[in-house]
Design a protein around this ligand. Structure first.
Ligand code: UD1
Ligand code: CA
Length: 427
């Protein structure tokens, strides 16, 4: 297969001071996925390799990338001397690369694959050497301003802290996303200067430096400003979470899923849901999941990731599910916990059933396997590891600690005693 000659560089070495957190900014999560995960996912179909520039908390960020993104490589930037310095860290890795480099920020999770594709097409169509993404903001404060020549062509980018009053009045801002014709642009990184208000090597200076080398420099103006919403604080994090959620709910509704109350439901980007499934209010679905058609989920259900629910199932009120497979026509209606489980089809789980999957002494998690047609009475504890074979029936209130054979009845309840007139006799 011909190599896709596009690589991504994702800047993620900065400190994120305003998060006031021990967790590195790019590992803060929205619906179970770190911000950096969103950016890596958004470029995964466009590039064949992504370089993540790490610095602050480099070990944690590196571990996340290595564990979850085999096509991602991390490159250390230490100390962090600015965005231009950050990109220069990949120069040795890309010494002989002759293609396009897309630069993105690890704290901008809303950028979409569609926009990045259009951006790349625009860059290629113009046969551009440097294309910068821009946006028009009513309040451009804190962003770099796109400064143009009188003929409309690009002149430079002025950072807020370096900008003159006239430049500050400009509403066109630098989104912080760039396409570079690498072979031509790479040499700029060896002569960027830090002679500016922040004493940093600015990536934004590649515009003016590129012009000195007679490179073709262009801007691509974004249609939807939400896509470059950056996370600098917890307030931004909450706002971005809402935007990501609303986008997902809209997409699901357009594809035949009923969301009864979009203002109280949260569904992660990586959850697939089949048509005619109804999501009831106050349901929270995070991580990667697959839910079939014609299911009823909630109200107040919590699906925590690694969950596959087949068609025609019910995951009802106050039911928590994580890492579980649930076969078709199975109901978990009320007040239950299902974790590390494999349930077959046509199963009924009574209210208040718990899969006891975790031994806090050994810290070992074990599996509960229920075969087709099993019926579990209310208030049952299934102490894992445990298997219940096909068609077996568990009496209400049981604690199941052994495997149960097919079609058997199992119950651990003590026999019911009735003492006639007991109350009258003690009065
Ligand atoms: C940057 C741009 C600004 C643009 C804005 C868009 C520069 C000089 N300015 O400003 O024009 O409008 O983004 O959001 O580029 N980082 C590193 N190493 C460093 C410094 C930063 O990896 O040494 C990373 C940060 O983790 C962050 C990204 O680069 O992900 C942007 O850095 P930040 O300091 O937030 O730049 P801004 O001031 O927002
Ligand atoms: Ca920023």
């Amino acid at each position: 297969m011909a190599e896709k000659k596009v690589k991504a560089v994702i800047l993620a070495a900065g400190k994120g001071t305003r998060m006031k957190s021990n967790t590195p900014k790019v590992l803060h999560e929205i619906l179970g996925k770190p911000l950096l995960g969103y950016v890596l996912d958004n470029v995964k179909n466009i590039v064949n390799e992504s370089f993540v520039i790490v610095g602050h908390h480099a070990e944690e960020v590196t571990e996340f990338v290595q564990k979850n993104y085999p096509y991602g490589k991390t490159v250390l930037q230490s100390p962090q001397l600015g965005t231009g310095h950050a990109v220069s860290m990949v120069c040795p890795e890309l010494e002989t690369f002759d293609g396009t480099v897309i630069i993105l920020c690890g704290d901008t999770p809303l950028i979409t694959e569609t926009t990045l594709t259009k951006f790349l097409e625009h860059h290629n169509f113009l046969n551009s050497d440097i294309t910068v993404m821009s946006a028009i903001f009513d309040n451009p404060a804190n962003y770099g301003r796109i400064i143009r020549e009188t003929d409309g062509s690009l002149k430079c980018i002025a950072e807020e802290k370096d900008a003159s009053a006239n430049e500050k009045a400009v509403k066109e801002v630098n989104a912080g996303i760039y396409c570079l014709n690498w072979a031509k642009v790479k040499e700029i990184f060896s002569h960027l200067s830090n002679n500016n208000a922040q004493g940093e090597y600015y990536l934004t200076d590649i515009i003016s430096e590129g012009k000195k080398l007679n490179l073709k420099v262009n801007a691509y103006t974004l249609e939807n400003n939400d896509e470059i919403y950056g996370i600098n604080s917890r307030i931004n994090l909450a706002e971005a979470a809402k935007m990501i959620n609303n986008r997902k709910l809209k997409n699901l509704m357009e594809n035949g899923v009923t969301i009864v109350d979009a203002s109280s439901v949260w569904i992660s980007e990586d959850t697939e849901i089949g048509a005619d499934t109804v999501i009831y209010p106050s349901t929270y679905i995070e991580g990667k999941n697959k839910i079939g058609s014609n299911c009823k989920i909630g109200p107040c259900a919590h699906i925590r990731g690694g969950v596959e629910v087949d068609d025609n199932c019910k995951i009802g009120n106050f039911v928590e599910v994580k890492k579980a497979k649930i076969g078709h026509n199975t109901n978990v209606g009320h007040l239950s916990y299902v974790g590390d489980s494999e349930f077959g089809s046509n199963i009924n789980i009574g209210a208040g059933t718990i899969t006891a999957n975790y031994n806090p002494l050994t810290k070992v998690k074990s599996k509960t396997i229920l075969k087709d047609n099993v019926k579990i009475g209310s208030n049952t504890v299934l102490v894992a590891p445990v298997n219940v074979e096909e068609g077996a029936n568990i009496g209400a209130g049981s604690v199941i600690t052994k495997n149960i054979p097919a079609w058997a009845l199992a119950l651990t309840r003590s026999p019911l005693k009735i003492i006639a007139d007991w109350v009258k006799n003690i009065l």
